[in-house]
Design a protein around this ligand. Structure first.
Ligand SMILES: Nc1nc2c(ncn2[C@@H]2O[C@H](COP(=O)(O)OP(=O)(O)OP(=O)(O)O)[C@@H](O)[C@H]2O)c(=O)[nH]1
Ligand SMILES: [Mg+2]
Length: 358
């Protein structure tokens, strides 16, 4: 499905091409056991991680194209599809066309077998990475069938893999939804973390907010996920820097993962941004307090972001983790970065992993 067709199919959007972002919130409470702050001094000795984005199918290709040239620390991007026309339109460093001559509409298994034949080409394109992001829409053939195979190849090569799986809107029907669920389960078994990102939630709750923001919520969400993970690992400006070992420790392939993000300016901006991230419709208190790993990126304008604000935001988020009695040891990483180009005073991104599948 191309972006125009997809957007036109959304009940809440009509034919609008521009989809904005963001959230809102409130809440509080406690229980955490393992909390790890990174190094307080900037580390210059860490090797630069090799980071890749692999977009599979139509939705993945659209999101990658929108972000092409805008993702910091990216070593290279790869687009994979069975649709030659769609692949030609994608902006990516590398492209892999999987032969679809045997694929019938709706036959995800055939695509999966074909992709197995193309394993060598996929492996050649992606196994030089340390951290890989797979981005795909679930419910069609390409994204659903090929993403788990890509994840399997990455896993075999010990590449830390984070998947962003976009789920169909209700109006696309139950069949597509069931295919999507199977695809996410397959992906979830293999990738280090699989973020389930509901197109329904993006449509109904996110794009109805802040109409001044002229960006697709799916693209914005993937960008937040990408930056949320890469800034703490790759930026030399990050206060309390982490490494990919910390990420592996935090991201669990048990259950699913969820992202929340929020921004704010003015009085109480740090707290407001954190509360918006916690209550983001893709995250929410329930998911946050059942997560076994939580990873937080705090971005602030240089004049506002101090270690004190980082500490306050960390304490606020920690109160929510303590609510759960089910999770004995929450692995919690947090840190901040000063960003001169911020259009707001604070932005908080929360990645919660190991959420039991409900
Ligand atoms: N957020 C967002 N979701 C999309 C977009 N396009 C498609 N999707 C979602 O992703 C699901 C899969 O669609 P595609 O990615 O087009 O499918 P595909 O993986 O290319 O599969 P086939 O075309 O059947 O081979 C759809 O059911 C939609 O819910 C998009 O531009 N943005
Ligand atoms: Mg397609």
């Amino acid at each position: 499905m191309d972006r125009r067709t997809f957007i036109q199919s959304l009940p809440c959007l009509g034919a609008t091409m521009a989809l904005p972002t963001f959230a809102f919130a409130d809440g509080t409470r406690p229980k955490v056991s393992m909390e790890t702050a990174g190094q307080t001094a900037k580390s210059t000795s860490m090797p630069e991680p090799r980071i890749g984005v692999i977009a599979v199918g139509g939705a993945g290709g659209t999101i990658l194209s929108e972000l092409y040239g805008r993702l910091p620390y990216l070593t290279h991007s790869t687009a994979i599809d069975i649709d030659e026309g769609a692949l030609q339109r994608v902006a990516a460093d590398r492209k892999i066309l999987i032969d679809d001559s045997m694929v019938r509409p709706g036959d995800a298994r055939a695509a999966s077998l074909l992709a197995k034949d193309a394993r060598t080409r996929i492996a050649d394109a992606v196994t030089d990475l340390d951290i890989a992001f797979i981005v795909a829409g679930m419910g069609g053939i390409a994204g659903t069938a090929i993403s788990p195979i890509v994840a399997e190849i990455l896993r075999k090569n010990q590449v830390m893999t984070v998947a962003a799986a976009f789920t169909p809107v209700n109006s696309e029907g139950p069949r597509r939804h069931h295919i999507a669920v199977d695809g996410m389960l397959a992906l979830g078994d293999i990738a280090n973390a699989t973020f389930r990102i509901s197109n329904d939630v993006l449509c109904w709750h996110v794009c109805q907010r802040d109409l001044l923001l002229w960006a697709s919520p799916a693209t914005t969400t993937f960008e937040r996920l990408y930056r949320g993970i890469t800034e703490p690992i790759a930026s030399s400006d990050y206060l309390l820097r982490h490494d990919s070992g910390s990420l592996r420790e935090c991201m669990s392939n048990d259950g699913s993962s969820a992202i929340g993000y929020g921004c704010a300016s003015g009085r109480n901006a740090a707290e407001d941004a954190a509360r918006k991230a916690i209550a983001h419709p893709l995250l929410g208190e329930d998911r946050l307090n059942s997560a076994s790993g939580v990873w937080v990126l705090i971005e602030g304008a240089p004049e506002f972001l101090k270690l004190r604000q980082i500490g306050e935001i960390k304490d606020l988020i920690r109160e929510f983790l303590s609510v759960s009695t089910a999770v004995a040891d929450v692995v919690f990483f947090y840190g901040g970065i000063r960003n001169k180009a911020m259009e707001v005073d604070f932005r908080v991104t929360i990645l919660a992993s190991g959420i039991p599948l409900g």
